[in-house]
Structures are given as C-alpha cells and as structure tokens.
Design a protein around this ligand. Sequence first.
Ligand code: NAD
Length: 320
Amino acid sequence: MKLAILTESVAGERRVAITPDVVAKLAGSGIEVVVQTGAGVAAHFPDAAYAEQGATIAADRASTLAGADVVAKVQPPTLDEVGALAPGTSTVGFLAPAANLDVVRALAAKKATAYSLELVPRISRAQSMDALSSQATVSGYLAGLAAAERLPKFFPLFMTAAGTVPPAKVLVLGAGVAGLQAIATARRLGAQVRAYDVRAAAKEEVQSLGATFVELPLETQEGSGGYAREQSEEFLARQRELIGNEVAASDVVITTAAVPGRKAPILVTAEMVDRMVEGSVVVDLAADTGGNCELTEPGREIDRNGVIVYGMANPPSAMP
Ligand code: NAD
C-alpha cells in the first residue's frame, strides 16, 4: 500500500498529516510512505527527517499522488486536490462534510473512500483515533495565553508591601475540551475563573480545575455522544439575557461554544461587549465556525471602544 502526504494548501496551515516517527512505524508494517517535498517544513519537520525514517520525498503534488492508495491530509481536500486524485483513492483527515458538500460530491464522483476523523465516535476504544481532543487542547491553551498577553493587567493576585493587585477575572463560555484547557491555563497563570456550559457534566469538570461553575436557570442542552444539542433561538436569547452581567463583570471572556456540524451559537452580543470595562479582552475560539461573539472577525483583533475582540483563526496551526 502506498500512502501519500501532501503539502497543505490552505493559507496559513502549518500542520502536516504525519510526523517522521509515524513514518517509521508504517514503514515497519510494509506501507510505502511518499511525502511531498516541504510538507513538514512549517511544522519543523524537514524532508530529511522523513527520509531518514524511510519515506520517499516527491518533488511535486503529481508525483506524490502517482499510484497512491491513501492520501492523508490535515485540512479537507480542496476541489483542486480532489481533481488530482486517481479514481478509487482513499482520503484520511478532517473533512467537515457538512461544511464541504461540494468536496464530498467530488469525492463521491471519484469513487473515493473518505474517512472524516472528526466523525469517529468518542468512545473508549476509539480514543487513539480522537483527532479533535489534541487540537482543542492546543486551542484552549493558546486562548488562555492570548488573553493574558492582551489584557493590560496581571492575571495573578499580587500581595506586596506596596499593596494588593487583585487577580484578573476570566469567564469561559463552553467547557468542552478547549474550554477546560483555557480554564486550566488561566488558573495556572493565577486568574479567578468562572465558566458556563449547557451540558450538566461540565459542572464537575469545571470545579475540578478550581474554577466556579456559573449556574443559569436554564434547561441543559445535552445531545448525543457527550456533545451539546443544537439550541433554539429562544434558548439562546434567554441565555444571552442571563449571561450579560457575568460578561460585563469579567476582564476576559473566552468563548469556545460549539455544536458539531452547526454554526457556532452567538453568546456575546455587541451590547454586552459595550458593557465591559475598557481594556477588557474577548477571545473567540469559535471564530472559524461563525464566532460566539457578534463582533468576531476570524483572524482579526477588533478594538471596540477599548475592548479587544480577538477571533482566533485555526488556532491549532499555531502549534503544529
Ligand atoms: P465542542 O467543541 O463540540 O463544544 C464545546 C463546548 O461548547 C461543549 O462543551 C458544549 O457543551 C458547549 N456549548 C455548546 N453550546 C453552548 C452554549 N450555548 N453555551 C455554552 N456552552 C455551549 O465539544 P468538545 O469539547 O469537542 O467535546 C465535548 C465533550 O465531549 C467533552 O467535554 C467530553 O465530555 C466529551 N469527550 C469525550 C472524549 C472521549 O471519550 N474520547 C474525548 C473528548 C471529549
């Protein structure tokens, strides 16, 4: 079997589908690995590191794909990439089929078999195939750091002979994998953290990290497989009404709320941002799926009367 690794074509993507360590394991089981030249460079894996582990380095996309049975990628294949596949090829990686129907149709027309790793159920025996948790961990960690860097205040409490500096108040909305990591990071830096999620199970997890769970008089919105279910506009309107004072009282708001395959729910309105104290920071991890804050623009930092709204675009790529 021949496995092809393409250089990612989406602008700014620094990750690569396979590391040199994995090449060695696959080569050991008789799988021929071909890596397009430069595929790992942005992730600090030069061609030589792959070659040393037994991969063949190919000069361009066409020679990488020639005779390939399986193609592994990080980002969903583009239409152009699907066009370059031989009929019957398999693809493995993130596919986001609900957001990329044209790509799914093009793959079907090629009689390709596409494995969408984010759709592997998160059951115990599939944990080694969980491609979401590692990336969400990076996102949450980076969101905590991005907020601390932008806030013109300390995160930790300081008690000195000259006086006391109170800790920063951080509010995390959405306490899944990314949210929990953002909480842990903000806590490690000494901030006072409060967090909210629509799933009941999140409460204990938030508390176990030393943060306070924000109780809202709302029904939980449990979906299947540990995820939240899609919420009605009525629910979200009520949630925004209840969360407004929490947002206004925070120095930092980190939003991570998501429902798989859907646009991110709006949790923070422009009016809520306007009630925050100047110098406060909103970091929106849902920027790529529409944003949890009404003002979010993916990949940009908006200054709204002195409050920064930072929509982090593809955060895992920053730590390839
Ligand atoms: P996700 O990225 O889909 O969503 C992030 C969080 O946003 C979720 O906790 C969700 O409940 C929350 N959310 C959605 N709408 C919201 C709203 N309106 N207000 C506030 N919060 C809202 O989820 P995720 O982080 O990928 O995973 C969620 C859960 O899946 C985890 O906490 C865990 O229980 C489970 N999980 C299981 C495994 C495993 O068994 N292998 C691995 C990872 C995660």
